[in-house]
Design a protein around this ligand. Structure first.
Ligand code: SF4
Length: 297
């Protein structure tokens, strides 16, 4: 079955389902991604204050194809991420109707984070990422910029895939640009992780510490938000690299944080197996405390 074949919840049923889920799983962070979550903007306007009241950090990832609710700009613990994939000529072709003109209109009173997925086509033009930063940095509506690299599925042969030299160049560009553009909110340790992505989902702290659910709130998307059979060796997900950078950090200079993550996940899995024996009926299993919970629309 494809994701499109699933019955998405909407209206009060969606709101109640999400609140019930977070009350049960108690995530620290909830990312709501698409499709485009703003398709359900009425539900989001009700749901988001309820989530923030529960002290959950909430992130909405959107194309900004429609106006964002004005109140979102000032909410604490709330991050609106707008996907902008390249400079206007390339982005407008890929992401219409969420064109540059429409995004600029719809984020007029907002404070957003831009997320740009870097492709092989972009890296064939020297200076592309710098031009991107030069365009978006001056806008006061832009709080931060993040870059990911295009992540293929195993066996894909697409022009979007970065060749090894292009990946190295993207890393070098990001390392240089973060000094020039403070809004490029990517630490050196995170950027360096792009050079050594996890070998498999079993090595991926992001996959181990998050759960991704479809908007039916039952169907798990595995092994990570990409679903299917992602090519981990070519992974370019900024969230994965961010958690890998944290995992690589050594507490007290001795114990890698990743070892603690993995031990915690193992303990969670043992607990999960035991809980399963007594709660077979649960539609969504409780895992280790999740760092991120993602709902597809
Ligand atoms: S986030 Fe990247 S490394 Fe982790 S499982 Fe998914 S594709 Fe693999």
């Amino acid at each position: 079955m494809t994701l499109r074949g699933l019955r998405d919840r909407k209206g009060q049923e969606l709101i109640d389902g999400v609140i019930e889920m977070v009350d049960r799983l108690k995530p620290l962070h909830l990312s709501i991604v698409g499709g485009d979550p703003l398709v359900r903007y009425r539900e989001l306007e009700v749901m988001i204050p309820l989530l923030l009241d529960r002290r959950i950090h909430v992130q909405v990832v959107t194309s900004a194809f429609r106006s964002l609710p004005p109140g979102w700009a000032t909410l604490a613990n709330m991050n609106v991420v707008v996907s902008i994939d390249g400079l206007q000529p390339e982005h407008d072709v890929r992401r219409a109707p969420a064109t540059y003109d429409r995004i600029l209109k719809n984020i007029a009173d907002q404070k957003i984070t831009i997320h740009c997925t870097v492709t092989g086509q972009m890296m064939k033009r020297a200076g592309y990422l710098k031009e991107f930063m030069e365009y978006w940095s001056p806008w006061e509506q832009v709080r931060k910029v993040w870059f990911s690299l295009f992540t293929p599925q195993v066996g894909d042969r697409l022009p979007e895939i970065l060749q090894p030299q292009e990946r190295r160049q993207a890393i070098a560009d990001m390392l240089a640009l973060r000094k020039e553009f403070p809004k490029l909110d990517m630490r050196t340790g995170l950027i360096r992780q792009f050079a050594t992505p996890p070998r498999s989902p079993r090595d991926c702290v992001f996959a181990l510490t998050t759960q991704t659910l479809s908007a039916d709130l039952k169907t798990k998307i595995v092994p990570c938000q990409f679903g299917g059979n992602p090519d981990c060796g070519s992974c370019g997900c900024v969230a994965s690299m961010g958690l890998a950078a944290i995992a690589a950090h050594r507490l007290g200079g001795i114990i890698p944080v990743g070892a603690i993550f993995k031990a915690s996940v193992r303990i969670g899995q043992i607990g999960q197996a035991r809980a399963k024996q007594t709660a077979e009926h649960q539609a969504v299993e409780e895992g280790p405390r999740v760092l991120s919970q993602i709902i597809r629309n």
